[in-house]
Design a protein. Structure first.
Length: 46
């Protein structure tokens, strides 16, 4: 799974956002992973 929303190209002007993703480990536990992006530039180059 990609750690960023599908509309990544529309988020070039957002300097800080977070994404929550629920991941199921092989042991059967649910782990919530939080991705924080702090952008210093106004445009992303991927």
């Amino acid at each position: 799974m990609q750690p960023y929303p599908p509309n990544w190209s529309n988020m070039s002007y957002i300097h800080c956002f977070s994404v929550l993703e629920e991941v199921r480990t092989p042991a059967g536990n649910r782990v919530v992973v939080k991705y924080e992006f702090k952008l210093k530039k106004r445009r992303l180059h991927l």
